[in-house]
Design a binder for this molecule. Structure first.
Ligand SMILES: [Cu+2]
Length: 60
């Protein structure tokens, strides 16, 4: 998971997701401040990137 603060160039954070079972994964993230963030979820399998999805998240 990568989170990019789109309002502030160069501010990003990232970390791994943990398996919850039944194909579900979870992340815990502490956003340093509110604003508009773009979260990118990246799925790697056998060292290759197999899926990539972006979504926008407004942190208030
Ligand atoms: Cu920021």
């Amino acid at each position: 998971m990568i989170a990019d603060h789109v309002d502030m160039r160069g501010m990003t954070m990232s970390g791994p997701a943990t398996a919850q079972g039944n194909g579900r994964y979870a992340i815990t993230a502490e956003f340093v401040h509110g604003g508009n963030w773009r979260v990118t979820v990246q799925v790697n399998q056998d060292g290759a990137n197999v899926a990539l999805e972006d979504f926008d998240l407004a942190v208030r």
